[in-house]
Design a protein around this ligand. Sequence first.
Ligand SMILES: Nc1ncnc2c1ncn2[C@@H]1O[C@H](COP(=O)(O)OP(=O)(O)OP(=O)(O)O)[C@@H](O)[C@H]1O
Ligand SMILES: [Mg+2]
Length: 265
Amino acid sequence: MSSQESLVSAEPLLELLNVESAYGPIKALRGVSLKVRRGEIATVLGSNGAGKTTILKTISGILEPRKGSVSFRGRAITAQDPATIVQQGLSHVPEGREVFPLLSVRDNLLMGAYTRSDRDGVARDLETVFGYFPILRERAGQDAGLLSGGQQQMLAISRALMASPDLILLDEPSLGLSPKLTKEIFEIVVRINREHGTTLLRGEQNANMALNAADYGYVLENGRIVMEDTCPRLREKDDIREFYLGMKDAGQRGERRWKKKKHWR
Ligand SMILES: Nc1ncnc2c1ncn2[C@@H]1O[C@H](COP(=O)(O)OP(=O)(O)OP(=O)(O)O)[C@@H](O)[C@H]1O
Ligand SMILES: [Mg+2]
């Protein structure tokens, strides 16, 4: 993926500066700063409770930060209403998918495009998402609640695409899916980025997959970014290899998920 780096613009599409967010007395983010450049896939890696979901909720306006700022396309969007943020081209696929179960697959997709008035563009994007996920075309008339978990994840990603956003926030899209489906979703997210030009920021616990399917990564621990770099470079770091990818010996490919480590060098 490093060959793609040159295609990524230097201008940040999204920027967080010293963001602190809390749930009552529980501090979830303790001064997070990060950038997502136009055209890239960025990933926030971290274990359960690290604050991945909280970062994404703070960006999309679901949660108001106590301190710090969020800017999108150079303009402050801190604590704006989520609907206003979507209209500016930033879509959020929340944790646990959340489709409208009693609406058809097609109507779920059209709900994603409800703010758009370009009917031709909507029809074209519907074809695009059916191209990425043919199963959604097959099931277009069926209630979304009858889809499998993996198919609902495909629908949730597709619904976000139907808004024709500049940036999509993806919260652990592979959670609870089989290894095969996980791989498929990772590959399609990369295709959406490379073919459609959509910028993506995804929260992930599955470091091994995420580092192979993103350009830039942030490692989050207890609400703080403890490391950041391009994904090829993160894959080479000893800390990441040993404690994150579970590769003690070079050459032994680990499939383990994040292992807790007390201190980062
Ligand atoms: N609604 C809430 N009320 C109180 N505390 C919360 C709430 N949501 C999250 N937290 C706490 O905030 C911290 C960060 O949680 P967050 O959901 O952002 O983590 P995460 O990295 O997404 O974890 P996971 O991988 O399990 O989804 C955790 O300590 C969590 O217990
Ligand atoms: Mg989460």
